[in-house]
Ligand binder design. Structure first.
Ligand SMILES: [Zn+2]
Length: 645
């Protein structure tokens, strides 16, 4: 048995937000659940690194494109680690293995006869190097708000995929496979999109940054795979396509592609399966689109994605408000996102709702159950579990029902209903403790009765750890540690077994999982201004890592082939440094000679347009307006190499 789940590959220019985290947490929950069932799991995520905008961002920031995308991909890796997300593979589309997959896939499309050379036409913005369709233009001009320049009608040779041929086959596949597209209510949108008529899709571009088409495709010199085609193929690359046949045979087709709804209808639910059909490859079993989170009732569109909170400040707030550990805060965020809103619908992201769930579901229902049961084992049994007893029918039955409900719900990614079922079991377990009242049994000296109740309650706690572990892996680990199950190999089937806890087991140290006591001292004001929320705060020691020094520009010259860049030699006291700076729009080279500037001297060197740049100048500008660049310069002359702090 294998299980292959994917997230979309995230656009490398973005910063990871709770929106990105949503898809990734959901995939992690599925992966953890299937691993618990003993399946061979492949959970893949990654970054989308092709497309000219990426190359341009790299250049603007003074990096080589590959160095830039590697750095940005690491931000996603770090973020996922910091949310207890255990992916198996992280793909960057600039990797060599992906180039081979794209080449092989295009080769397969070519051989199918459904790839043809045509003319791509559209309104072209030279400055953005992007085509736009007529309805996208704003007053006949480039729709990029930071550009707005005149566009021109251009055409270029490009390869097209005969998408138009696949409408009927797609409709038939959707009809025959009721779980191919989920949630159910989005299916109609896809069907009407297909019935509206599919237009052939342009799958190549002329560009210098991207995955080149294979040389076997005629007249494809200088062409790269269009970003969408390139991105979708990542799912094959991860599965071992085309080189590792054994791996590919094991993992492909993917079991679930998870994504937000914006890339569902046109790409994952139609274009991608049609391309796979053309290439003669099986289709993914399920393509699932989840909804958007909104913030304060405001719809968060993709272009404004950065307005969504970043995950780490959300965790900071949970820790500050509750005094819980970081690990518990991670679990609280994971739980909240999957419990609050049915997976598939839009929902509002609210810190208050999150803290409410923390207090009720986690501190009260789960945390309280674990804590009081283990505290009583400590008090009445000197910290050792009683011997196993006959199964308590009510508890064992409630656990089996919860497990079956979760299994049924997870098939359609209905995490919310699955979690509700688990919480029904937790309520049953709490009721068991209340009704059996072990404290009264202890008072009466009914040792046998007390042992039976404590053992049964401890079994319920153990089952709760298994049931909640896909969503809350840290809490499950902590519960097992507190039960004394060190190095325990958890399995899903243990939910249905009774008497798993060994009698006489010394329990571990008992501590509240989700404390509600004294909040920890606040690191930051709880209510920040909207601006402060968007900018992440750094510590003074982070700033002190920068070695900023004054320097004098000794020479300046244009960098061939780059309008914005100048090559400068700067005297920073102890040495002379060569720098590349994007200040040509505002400074003719001769005006710069003799000017004092501020240089970051300990920046990793980068080669930009063939020139090695060993540092960076500080300059300000009005966002998006290159004609406003102004160099930062000391108010009064300072010796070269003076430190700036
Ligand atoms: Zn433009």
């Amino acid at each position: 048995m294998k299980f292959y789940v994917t997230t979309p590959i995230y656009y490398v220019n973005d910063e990871p937000t709770v929106g990105h985290a949503y898809s990734t947490i959901a995939a992690d929950v599925l992966a953890r659940y299937h691993r618990l069932r003993g399946e061979e799991v492949l959970f893949a995520t990654g970054t989308d690194e092709n497309g000219l905008k990426v190359a341009r961002s790299a250049e603007e920031k003074g990096y080589q494109p590959k160095a830039y995308v590697d750095m940005m991909a690491d931000r996603f890796r770090e973020e996922w680690r910091a949310l207890s997300i255990g992916y198996d593979d992280f793909i960057q589309t600039t990797e060599e293995r992906h180039r081979r997959a794209v080449a092989a896939f295009f080769e397969a499309l070519h051989q199918s006869g459904d790839l043809y050379l045509g003319e791509y036409e559209g309104w072209y913005c030279v400055s953005d190097e992007t085509y736009f369709r007529e309805p996208e233009l704003v007053d006949g001009r480039c729709p990029n708000p930071e550009c707005g320049k005149k566009v021109e009608w251009l055409s270029e040779p490009a390869y097209f995929f005969r998408f138009s041929r696949y409408g009927d086959r797609l409709l038939e596949h959707i009809e025959r496979n009721p779980e191919f597209l989920l949630p159910e209510f989005r299916k109609n949108e896809v069907i009407s999109f297909i019935k509206g008529g599919l237009r052939d899709a342009c799958v190549s571009r002329h560009a210098f940054w991207g995955t080149p088409l294979p040389a076997s495709i005629p007249d494809s010199e200088g062409m790269v795979a269009y970003v969408w085609a390139d991105a979708l193929i990542n799912y094959l690359t991860v599965a071992g396509y085309p080189d590792d046949e054994e791996r590919f045979a094991c993992y492909w087709p993917a079991d679930v592609h998870i994504m937000a709804k914006d890339i569902f209808v046109r790409f994952h639910a139609t274009l991608w399966p049609a391309m796979l059909m053309a290439a003669g490859l099986p289709l993914p079993r399920c393509v699932f689109a989840h909804g958007y989170w909104t913030l304060g009732g405001e719809k968060i569109s993709k272009s404004r994605g950065q307005h969504m909170p970043r995950p780490q400040p959300v965790l900071d707030t949970i820790v500050a408000e509750t005094g819980c550990s970081r690990a518990s805060a991670i679990d609280a965020l994971r739980y909240h996102m999957l419990r609050e809103v049915p997976f598939g619908l839009d929902g509002e992201f609210s810190g208050e709702a999150l803290l409410g769930r923390y207090a009720n579901d986690l501190a009260n229902d789960l945390g309280n159950l674990v804590n009081r049961v283990l505290a009583m084992v400590g008090r009445y049994r000197q910290g050792r579990l009683p011997e196993p007893c006959e199964p308590d029918t009510g508890l064992a039955e409630a656990a089996r029902t919860a497990a079956s409900e979760w299994e049924r719900c997870v098939e359609t990614l209905d995490f919310r209903t699955g979690l509700e079922a688990i919480w029904t079991f937790l309520a049953e377990a709490n009721r068991f403790v209340d009704q059996q009242a072990p404290w009264s049994l202890a008072k009466r000296g009914d040792q046998a009765g007390l042992d039976r109740v404590l053992y049964s309650a401890a079994e319920a706690v153990r089952m709760a750890a298994v049931l909640t572990s896909p969503v809350m892996p840290n809490a499950a680990d902590a519960i097992e540690r507190q039960l004394g199950l060190n190095g325990w190999a958890r399995r899903w089937s243990q939910v249905r077994e009774w008497g798993v806890l060994p009698g006489g087991l010394p329990i571990g140290e008992v501590a509240p999982l989700f404390p509600r006591g004294e909040p920890a001292p606040k690191r930051a004001p709880a209510r920040k201004s909207p601006e402060a929320k968007e900018k992440s705060v750094i510590a003074i020691k982070d700033f002190q890592k920068l070695d900023l020094r004054t320097g004098e520009i000794l020479s300046a010259e244009a960098v061939p082939g780059a309008d914005k860049l100048l090559k400068l030699v700067v005297d920073i006291g102890a040495e002379k440094r060569t720098l590349v700076a994007g200040i040509a729009p505002c400074y003719p080279p001769h005006e710069l000679i003799g000017k004092q500037v501020v240089v970051i001297t300990n920046l990793e060197p980068a080669t930009i347009r063939g020139v090695r740049s060993e540092g960076m100048l500080l300059a300000g500008s009005v966002k998006g307006d290159d004609s406003s660049i102004s160099l930062v310069t000391p108010d009064r002359p300072l010796p070269n190499g003076s430190s700036v702090t």
